[in-house]
Design a protein around this ligand. Structure first.
Ligand SMILES: Cc1ncc(COP(=O)(O)O)c(C=O)c1O
Length: 409
């Protein structure tokens, strides 16, 4: 990394980065594969893999015993809460681990719904992944709560469109920070501003797609809850929830009776996956190595600037190349605030045929709805093919996928 004079460096050494990801060496029919399916899960660097295996190797015991190996599991969880707190700009005691974002959202929706009464309202958006829709629909139905929808237009979610659906009975707004299907980045501070001025509602942010691409800031975003999954930001398969400490303390957790009555532990059902949690810290420490700074939070913020600059180069190159391909349609912003994740359709081929044709060449993408069912419905589509770039992808790889798409004409 080149150090700037008081400015964050935006240069990324892609070769050095790639050398840290063993999975990038995978071959398919003798060719090095290309992972453009980061939006469905990124690959993990050696530091993460080592953290997981070293945890199991070292000898680890469950919480609550005098054994040093028990204090080790305590330390792993505490360290990971601090790391996620730096990632989200929260406090460690506001971080809860669970299997994934979907599990967090189902658990929290059940707890929150106990505070709702018939005639209350919640707000959902058609830009969200179903994991930020279905849990809320379910509890709304159970409690007789009305669901108000916010649509997107021209691939954007206009913060003003929330104003029309907010009111004194609105209890919750569930919104994504970035669309896993369209790549659109949502202006969460602007949404929060509408929420605070027009309703007493709580703001739940899905940061799963945002986390590998953009810096998260629960304070600046004024979020009550936010959740992301480490396997989308180079870590292992586990989700981390932020909840304002007063909500964690006040809401009724679904827990077994002997489990702790206070703090995030109250929300973590059963025994946690300590080795996976150790991997979360390693993933965040890995991200922090990509930026300069005095603190891990500062390093992370600068890392995201570097990641954003690199991904912008990849996105611009892809958009310029794909614009030349008349048989390919991009469903998403061609300019403006977006991640480097693109949904496309190829004339004459189904989304699956495109994915299969690319996979045969070792080019790994996603297809279908990617669970963004409302997005696809709004677009009048049943399935698209998603090509996403993350910080370990290269311009050569972008050129390769463009050639492969060209050949599908
Ligand atoms: C934007 C978004 N939200 C939520 C989810 C669900 O995440 P998890 O698999 O951690 O439950 C995904 C997964 O693809 C996603 O992309």
């Amino acid at each position: 990394m080149v150090r700037g004079e008081g400015l964050p460096s935006l240069h990324m050494d892609t070769d050095h980065i790639r050398s840290q990801f063993p999975a990038l060496e995978r071959t398919h029919h003798g060719r090095q594969v290309m992972y453009f399916d980061g939006a469905a899960g990124t690959q993990a660097p050696t530091a993460v893999i080592d953290a997981i295996s070293n945890t199991l190797r070292a000898g680890i015991s469950n919480h609550g015993e005098p054994a040093a190996s028990s204090r080790f599991s305590d330390a792993i969880v505490m360290d990971a809460r601090s790391a996620v707190a730096d990632l989200y700009n929260a406090s460690p005691d506001e971080i809860v681990f669970a299997q994934n974002m979907t599990s967090h959202t189902f658990a929290l929706s059940r707890a929150l719904a106990t505070t709702w009464t018939e005639g209350d309202e919640i707000v959902l958006t058609r830009m969200d992944h179903d994991a930020n829709i279905a849990p809320w629909l379910r509890v709304a139905d159970e409690r007789g709560v009305t669901v108000r929808w916010v649509d997107f237009a021209d691939y954007r979610l206009d913060p003003d469109s929330f104003s029309a659906v907010l009111g004194p009975r609105t209890r919750l707004i569930a919104v994504t920070a970035a669309s896993n299907a369209l790549g659109t980045v949502v202006d969460i501070p602007a949404v929060a501003e509408r929420v605070r001025s027009l309703s007493p509602a709580l703001l739940f942010v899905d940061a799963v797609h945002c986390a590998p691409h953009r810096s998260i800031d629960v304070k600046a975003w004024d979020a009550d809850f936010l959740v992301a999954s480490a396997y989308k930001f180079y870590g292992p398969h586990i989700g981390a929830l932020y909840a304002r400490s007063e909500h964690l303390a006040a809401l009724p957790a679904y827990k077994v009776r002997p489990a702790p009555e206070t703090g995030p532990d109250r929300w973590e059902t059963g025994t946690q996956s300590f080795e996976t949690i150790a991997g979360v810290t390693a993933a965040i420490d890995y991200l922090a190595t990509l930026g300069d700074g005095e603190t891990r939070r500062e390093q992370l913020q600068n890392a995201y600037l570097a990641i954003g600059a690199h991904e912008q180069v990849l996105a611009d190159r892809f958009l310029a190349g794909v614009a030349e391909l008349e048989h390919v349609t991009v469903y998403g912003l061609t300019e403006g605030d977006r991640t480097s994740t693109f949904s496309i359709a190829v004339d004459g081929l189904t989304d699956e045929q495109v994915a299969v044709a690319l996979a045969d060449q070792g080019i790994f993408v996603s297809h279908g709805t990617y669970y963004a069912v409302e997005v696809l419905k709004s677009l009048g589509q049943t399935g698209l093919t998603r090509i996403g770039f993350v910080h370990y992808n290269t311009t050569d790889e972008v050129d390769a996928v463009l050639s492969a798409l060209d050949a599908l004409a």
